[in-house]
Write a protein that binds this ligand. Structure first.
Ligand code: ARG
Length: 481
């Protein structure tokens, strides 16, 4: 046990206490972040002449060796309270007392905040890259399905006609907001906490600006008391992931429904459809159902992080160590779901006839008829009542709206003539909605262009974040003076 002195009751700790309090089983996942952080800290200490260069070279050599050993799967970390102490114990076993120079002007409190921020930043970058790919997928699909006509739903009742282009750009609009959310989460994470020590800074002549540049952080944190207890970056990441998964769940639900016999709008490819162990006829949308399910874990993780920080006093509290599992789970949860959705969408095929039939028997042109009357000067509410009466008559007679006899329609309102009835087609319905945000194909083209711009933004935000491997490669040869 390294983090124990006579003052803290001697070097031993009950093994049961160590087991209960140790975060090593989870935070060994942060080993690479920890090593990169230590390399940057060591470089800064050496440049500031706080650590002699010869010792720094020895320590750096051991940090590099630890990285390599981990990469080759032959690293055995000593039993310690956490990954930070385990690395130090490892260095000490090889280098002896000199290893202790590394922890000069550093506490595990700022060290763990650094490791977590490096992870959160990398997760944001990976998710942004994946969001970029999803936006490209949706843009391409919106173009491919631009002539497909299908009903849009309110209250899960057929409402109005839209195109496949509009459907996919609608999904893309949600994903554009995810790009914004992850860029925000990235900016929150992109702050260097290292250098504030345990809580109040250090009397040693460190230079945090050097460390910031070495680790390519955008900013420095400004107050140690705040920095060591701040997990806002985890909350922001948690919220971005949660909201993104809620979005994916809504898309997934559409495809669960669309692939049912009741809708019959899409057919699931054999590559993604699951079967039943008992019912031989089944072609199930399990992939989409499980995408929908994943938001539950995200909500759980976000809730965990919020409750964990609720009511904590200022400064560092060990409670914060329990941020580990939810925080580490968020990245894979989001990335796996984003990839699964793209896989699913690649294997669904629309049944254009069934989609069109849904429009014909759904009276979805009723609003268009009412608007056509309004265009001819009839107050909208009057027009709405007249068309409502016409729909009712058609339903009683088992006719679709376009088959309403003109005499019947004109008996309800004289302006409801043959020409208006004929024009009330699904094609006419989508092309006439030319307002910004409407279904007209030109408008959809504009929306698709916005998706592509968003994809580009997401990609450039992602590539601006240096990978851990890049930081490591720079640090392994960084000048020490
Ligand atoms: N294992 C701790 C964590 O993950 C590191 C910080 C512990 N600090 C301390 N003073 N015990 O949060």
């Amino acid at each position: 046990m390294i983090a124990k002195t006579e003052a803290s009751g001697g070097t031993g700790l009950l093994s049961e206490v160590l087991t209960f309090t140790s975060s090593l089983p989870l935070d060994r996942q942060l080993l690479r972040e920890d090593l990169v952080g230590s390399l940057a800290h060591l470089t800064m200490l050496t440049r500031q002449k706080i650590v002699p260069e010869a010792d720094a070279l020895a320590i750096r050599g051991e940090l590099l060796a630890t990285w390599d050993a981990a990469a080759e799967g032959r690293l055995q970390l000593p039993e310690e309270e956490d990954v930070h102490m385990a690395v130090e114990a490892q260095l000490t076993a090889v280098l002896g007392e000199r290893a202790g120079l590394l922890h000069t002007a550093r506490s595990r409190n700022d060290q763990v905040a650094l490791d977590l921020r490096l992870r959160a930043r990398a997760v944001c970058a990976e998710v942004l890259a994946e969001l970029g790919r999803l936006l490209e997928t949706l843009a391409a699909r919106a173009e491919a399905e631009r002539d497909l006509l299908l009903p849009a739903y309110t209250h899960r009742q057929r409402a109005q006609a839209i195109t496949g282009g509009y459907l996919f750009s609608g999904y893309g609009a949600m994903i554009l907001r995810d790009v914004e959310a992850f860029r925000f989460a990235l900016a929150t994470a992109d702050v260097l906490p290292l250098g504030v020590g345990a809580i109040a800074g250090t009397s040693l002549p460190i230079d945090r600006e050097v460390t910031r540049r070495l680790l390519a952080f955008a900013r420095l944190s400004h107050n140690g008391l705040d920095t060591v207890g701040d997990r806002d970056f985890a909350l922001d990441l948690g919220y971005a992931v949660t909201r993104c998964l809620l979005h994916l769940g809504r898309v997934a639900t559409d495809f669960v429904d669309f692939s049912s016999q009741e809708f019959g709008f899409v057919r699931l490819g054999g590559e993604i459809a699951c079967g039943s162990s008992m019912m031989p006829q089944k072609r199930n949308p399990d992939l989409f159902e499980l995408i929908r399910a994943k938001s539950a874990s995200a909500v759980g993780n976000l809730t965990h992080l919020m409750v964990l920080t609720k009511g904590l006093p200022s400064g560092y509290n060990r409670d914060l160590q329990d941020d580990r599992r939810p925080l580490l789970e968020l990245g894979p949860l989001c990335l796996d779901s984003l990839r699964a959705l793209q896989m699913g969408l690649a294997h669904v095929e629309f049944d254009r006839e069934r989609c069109l039939a849904g429009l014909r028997i759904g009276y979805t042109q009723a609003t268009d008829l009412a608007e056509a009357l309004a265009e001819r000067g009839v107050p909208f509410r009057t027009a709405y009542q007249a068309v409502g009466a016409l729909v009712r008559r058609c339903q009683e007679e088992g006719r679709v709206l376009s088959a309403a006899p003109a005499e019947m329609a004109q008996a309800i309102h004289p302006l409801l003539n043959e020409e208006l009835l004929k024009a009330a087609t699904p094609e006419g319905s989508v092309t006439r909605k030319r307002n910004l945000g409407g279904t007209n194909p030109d408008e959809v083209t504009r929306q698709v262009a916005a998706l592509r711009r968003g994809a580009e933004e997401a990609r450039s935000a992602a590539v601006a974040v240096p990978s851990l491997g890049t930081l490591f490669n720079n640090l392994r040869v960084a000048p020490l003076r």
